[in-house]
Unconditional design. Structure first.
Length: 260
């Protein structure tokens, strides 16, 4: 006779898997509409998210009932709904309020985009951003996530973990090779993390996206959350500005850490 509970653990719940898939598809549709605020047809949404029109219709109808979307009309396509406004207003991160001045000061001094991110299990999620003033800048949407092992903010976060925290994370963190420069072995990554712990500075040298480099510092904030401030820069400009960016980041982020 099997031990109590063994069967429930061994066999996946297909209903749960289906529910997770629906949530992921709904999130993909919401993100697509975020990038197209004037609205899209069901067919256009289907092409962009890679889903059949009938599937898109069902998800859109369900989100429309919750006012998370506004369904298409004779004159407008499917758009984000008013319920998202109250949800967004309720989304608060204390560190975003505390770090806002630091982001603004860094962006003003360097002219580059400055990002604030939080560690969320095995990824770094952007929660605030000040866009750079240069003609060519690196910009990622607030809410976007980057893998920890290939992004500067992610590696800075990993370097703050103690041995026990890092050991747990290693079990679920897959070191996918995003570019030819990505470190895809733990030996190479841990060697770099040791250097980051000494300097406090992490780099992304076209390891997450070709054409983009970055520098970052991470710190623990209230509630022991791990946050990072990063400065992504087009590769063609990064090499000549690297030391300048390190100095500015160290000075402004260091002051923020003292305040926290």
């Amino acid at each position: 006779m099997p031990r109590s509970g063994a069967q429930a653990i061994a066999q996946p719940n297909t209903q749960d898997k289906g529910g997770i898939q629906v949530i992921a598809r709904a999130a993909a549709i919401l993100r697509i509409l975020q990038r197209h605020p004037d609205g899209l047809s069901l067919g256009e949404i289907g092409k962009l998210v890679g889903l059949p029109r009938s599937t898109v219709q069902r998800i859109v109808d369900a989100l429309d009932q919750e006012n998370l979307l506004i369904a298409s009309s004779a004159t407008m396509g499917v758009r984000l709904g008013p319920a998202l406004i109250s949800l967004a207003a309720a989304t608060r991160f204390n560190i975003a309020d505390s770090a806002r001045g630091t982001l603004e000061a860094l962006a003003k001094e360097t002219g580059e985009t400055v990002d604030l991110s939080l560690m969320d299990q095995d990824k770094a999620v952007f929660i605030d951003q000040i866009a750079g003033s240069h003609r060519l800048v690196a910009v990622s949407s607030v809410g976007a996530s980057f893998p920890l092992h290939s992004a500067a903010n992610g590696k800075a976060m990993l370097a703050l973990l103690n041995a026990s925290e890092l050991a747990k994370l290693k079990k679920r963190l897959h070191l996918e090779k995003n570019t030819s420069n990505t470190r895809s072995s733990w030996d190479a990554l841990e060697t770099e993390l040791a250097t980051i712990r000494t300097s406090g500075i992490a780099f992304d040298r076209e390891e997450n996206s070709e054409g983009i480099c970055a520098v970052a510092m991470a710190f623990r904030c209230h509630g022991d959350e791990i946050a990072a401030i990063s400065i992504p820069v087009p590769t063609q400009r990064f090499a000549i500005r690297e030391q300048e960016l390190i100095a500015a980041l160290s000075r402004h982020c260091g002051a923020l850490i003292k305040q926290l």
